[in-house]
Design a binder for this molecule. Structure first.
Ligand code: CAA
Length: 297
């Protein structure tokens, strides 16, 4: 396996491209907009530069890795030579079903089709192809170059052989693969999202403020980020959509998203990417500042 194609050049897609290129694979990133691809290359370059500054890689390794990454907006050409495709497009079921049915048409018969979905059923995605044995979940964590885990999710028809290939490949990337089965939220988000949702309920009910809730979890449980900061980092729209998948999938009211989260997403306050969520984010400011909404109401 040498030729890897990544679909989607956002936060996850560029991180995934980064780690594959750094491990010696030839990478093609596909996106519908050339500007998004150009931005992804800039981000990857900056993140590799951080690693050079930390002494994790050399300047030469950085340049060689960057040379292994190509970009294109032409879907059919970008996937034709792939041994593995990792889809990291927006978390939208209809979009993913369309991408996978196209992948089934345009990739080599032996190509493995992986998705980085954080919650959508692998079995459902696989059903839009005629190669369910070769469709698998490869769930990277953000920031991809830093986080060690890859949650490897077996769909209902994923073969043992394909699972083994993806586990071995994950090890070659220097990651720790953990194999799980395909049920709503898999393992990572089934546990993480109810915690984040409960933190939001705790705020909503006035038990404590933003800073207080995050401090309890950071200092009390040794989490690197409190749950509200982490929600901002992941994106509140993503958190809401994952919670909805888990809620619908189990039909259990304990997973119902907090109305405050729904309001924040509806009003466009999505966290880091929009500049405001539970905290407000200003370029160049490292200190965490609670959003005005939670200090004035
Ligand atoms: N690329 C390369 N290196 C990066 C990076 C990136 N994108 N982002 C951070 N780093 C490096 C930094 O250079 C730094 O390196 P050293 O340790 O060698 O100094 C290190 O990571 C720590 O970064 P910072 O000093 O900037 O900041 P920090 O100490 O606050 O750590 C963090 C940042 C790693 C993000 C840390 O806060 C953390 O681990 N947060 C929790 C992340 C988490 O839980 N992720 C999972 C989210 S859930 C998910 O992704 C799945 C889903 O489906 C929703």
């Amino acid at each position: 396996m040498q030729q890897i194609t990544i679909i989607g050049s956002g936060q996850m897609g560029n991180g995934i491209a980064h780690v594959f290129a750094q491990s010696g694979y030839d990478v093609t990133i596909i996106d519908i907009r050339q500007e998004a691809l150009d931005q992804a290359l800039i981000t990857i370059g900056k993140n590799m530069e951080r690693q050079v500054a930390k002494g994790i890689i050399t300047e030469e390794e950085k340049n060689q890795s960057l040379q292994r990454i190509k970009t294109t907006t032409a879907f059919d050409k970008g996937v034709a030579a792939a041994d593995l495709v990792v889809e990291a497009a927006t978390e939208n079921i209809d979009l993913k079903l369309k991408i996978f049915s196209d992948l089934d048409r345009y990739t080599k018969a032996e190509c493995i089709l992986a998705t980085n979905t954080s919650s959508i059923s692998i079995t459902r995605i696989a059903a839009s192809t005629k190669r369910g044995d070769k469709v698998i979940g490869m769930h990277f964590m953000n920031p991809v170059p830093v986080m060690k885990l890859i949650e490897v999710i077996r769909g209902y028809n994923t073969s043992d052989e394909v699972t083994k290939q993806i586990v071995d490949l994950s090890l070659k990337l220097g990651k720790v693969p953990v194999e799980v089965n395909d049920y709503p939220g898999f393992v990572a988000n089934r546990i993480l999202m109810p915690m984040i949702n409960e933190a939001i309920f705790t705020l909503f009910e006035g038990v404590a403020g933003v800073h207080e809730i995050d401090t309890v979890m950071k200092l009390g449980m040794a989490h690197p980020m409190g749950p509200l900061q982490l929600a901002d980092f992941i994106g509140l729209d993503t958190c809401l959509s994952i919670l909805r998948v888990i809620h619908d999938g189990f039909g259990n009211p304990k997973y119902a998203p907090c109305p405050l989260l729904v309001n924040m997403v509806t009003s466009g306050n999505l966290g880091v990417k929009t500049g405001q969520g539970f905290y407000k984010y200003t370029k160049g400011v490292k200190e965490l500042v609670v959003a005005d909404y939670f200090t004035t109401k």
